[in-house]
Design a protein around this ligand. Structure first.
Ligand SMILES: [Zn+2]
Length: 553
């Protein structure tokens, strides 16, 4: 058996746009060391621009059409649909740790998104943000891990709680909830690295994503301004955490640092598409009594958020969940008149959906009209510009079958937009015969409204270890390549239909010649899951978390 160990640290949403300048300024010494002693490259995440799909692709090596996870929930939460939060129970491909565990390797998996319930692997596992809560039966494998953490004085949290950000005052500080998550997650990882045996260990920190969503500074603010302090503090804390992790491994361990997507300022232009569709007669909003009630509810909610104490707001939301949800839905799905709507965009999920008859609860577009309509929408979107610069803000609009392949393609969005993030700003312009439409985003009142940062198509990839070349160039590394590369590092065959490839450019010639890559048809594992479906209360807990983070409407 190989004595080589593999340590994989995931940093949700970490970007070289911040790491490069801070490394150059000498402020992230551990990142600097890993990058100078190993190899680094941008990691292409697009089209997996949400963390549920992205981490599922990272750990399986397959595109969502194969593993079946396209987003945090399995359908748009529009009225009349039944939907479920995505968990590992819905993932249709095995993550790399199942193969390694079956081959007798000792595995550790900590806080990887979409891993609930924890797999009964040879080793240990704590499931990620799709876990209802730490008392859920599938959170820890073995279950006694929870007590072990408690004995260490670690008060573990799954993620940051809902509405937390509205009570956090100082914009120049790391919000308490995020700091607490940074502390408990990093302490947990270091404790388990040190006290449990492992050959391959993968742990994810999601603090990077959370702080960047809620504290990304306005455009043009330089790094010496206090606006950057919260994000900079988290990167520095991660750098020091990585330093401590490196002290716990020997020189036979290969270290991979990866992120599931990049990050940048939020582009409100994305929130204007439904209004554009409304202008063009492809979508309409309800009018009349229903809409008035929703308007009223929305006013009450906004007023309430400002004047009612936080603890009471929480109990109110609990007592009247239906009202609360209707109120926060006002501007998006619940105010759409489905009987006259052909297409709609979910800014939260980033998906374009055709209101197809027989598939959507109130679908009106016939199967014959589906493709011509997709073409028409492609044309429209390619003409959308920024009203100030006049430049096109959408680079490409892809038909789903052009970018996803596999048996679960039907779950993919009908069209996938490739934004031109450098050009898009807060409004959009569309050429019309007389005068172009200029559309500004609607006001919103949910967690997503508090976002100032959002995902970008390229994450990070850093690798360093005994068989890794120094300073080699890697081109076209994608999320799909991580799982096969991890399997190869452990001398394990690669499933022959995997979408990803082993990143051979990172390895020494000597290692490559002594370790031919083996491909094999792999068996699918039938695990006796500790848990097979989510109860109503569990579903609600996950839903609450996703809404609080701004990931669903
Ligand atoms: Zn995010």
């Amino acid at each position: 058996m190989s004595t080589h160990r593999t340590l994989i640290i995931g940093l949700d949403g970490a970007t070289f746009d911040l790491i490069h300048p801070w490394v150059q300024a000498g402020q992230l010494p551990t990142f600097a060391k890993l990058m100078s002693q190993g190899v680094y490259a941008p990691l292409k995440a697009w089209p997996n621009l949400n963390s549920a799909a992205a981490w599922s692709s990272i750990v399986t090596g397959y595109n969502p059409g194969q593993h079946g996870i396209f987003n945090f929930v399995d359908a748009l939460p529009q009225i009349g649909t039944t939907w479920q939060p995505s968990t590992a129970m819905a993932r249709k491909k095995d993550p790399f740790w199942r193969y390694l565990s079956a081959a007798g390797k000792r595995i550790g998996v900590i806080n990887v998104p979409i891993t609930y319930p924890a797999d009964p692997i040879h080793g240990f596992m704590l499931s990620g943000m799709d876990t209802p809560d730490i008392h859920s039966p599938g959170f820890a494998h073995p279950p006694e891990l929870c007590d072990e953490l408690q004995r260490q004085g670690i008060d573990y949290v799954i993620d940051v709680p809902r509405l937390q950000f509205s009570e956090e005052g100082d914009p120049y500080q790391v919000p308490r909830a995020i700091q607490r998550m940074m502390d408990t997650h990093s302490r947990t990882i270091l404790h388990l690295m040190k006290n449990r045996p492992w050959d391959t260990l993968m742990a994810v920190l999601v603090v990077t994503d959370r702080i960047q969503h809620f504290r990304w500074p306005a455009e043009g603010i330089s790094f010496d301004q206090p606006d950057w302090a919260p994000i900079f503090s988290i990167y520095q804390q991660i750098d020091s955490f990585l330093g401590k992790a490196l002290e716990l491994i020997d020189d036979k361990t290969t270290v991979l640092i990866i992120s599931d997507h990049g990050f940048g300022p939020l582009r409100l232009a994305r929130r204007c598409l439904n209004q554009l569709f409304a202008q063009l007669g492809l979508l309409s909003y309800r009018s009349g009594a229903d809409r008035l009630t929703n308007k009223l509810l929305e006013r009450i909610l906004v007023y309430g958020r400002k004047t009612i104490p936080f603890s009471f707001q929480k109990s109110l939301a609990k007592t009247f969940p239906g009202l609360h949800r209707r109120a926060i839905h006002e501007h998006e799905l619940s105010s759409i008149d489905w009987s006259t709507t052909k297409v709609f965009y979910s800014p939260h999920m980033g998906t374009l959906t055709i209101n197809l008859k027989g598939r959507e609860p109130e679908g009106i577009v016939s199967v014959e009209d589906y493709n011509p309509l997709r073409k028409e929408i492609q044309e429209i979107l390619l003409n959308v510009t920024d009203p100030v610069s006049g430049q096109k803000i959408i680079q490409a609009v892809h038909l789903r079958e052009e970018i996803f392949q596999g048996p679960y393609l039907a779950k993919a969005p009908d069209l996938v937009i490739e934004w031109n993030y450098d050009v898009a700003r807060s409004a959009i312009c569309y050429p019309a015969e007389k005068e172009p439409f200029i559309i500004h985003p609607p006001k919103r009142f949910d967690a997503g409204e508090r976002w100032t940062g959002d995902h970008r198509p390229y994450g990070i990839f850093i690798v360093c270890g005994p068989d890794i070349k120094r300073g080699s160039r890697v081109s076209n590394a994608t999320l799909y390549d991580i799982a096969p590369t991890i399997l190869y590092l452990q001398d394990h065959p690669i499933p022959n239909d995997m979408d990803g490839k082993v990143l051979t450019e990172i390895f020494d010639e000597d290692y490559l010649s002594h370790h031919p890559i083996q491909y094999r048809e792999m068996p699918e594992f039938q695990w006796e899951a500790s848990h097979t479906e989510l109860g109503t209360e569990e579903t609600q807990k996950i839903e609450e978390r996703l809404r609080g983070l701004g990931y669903i409407e």
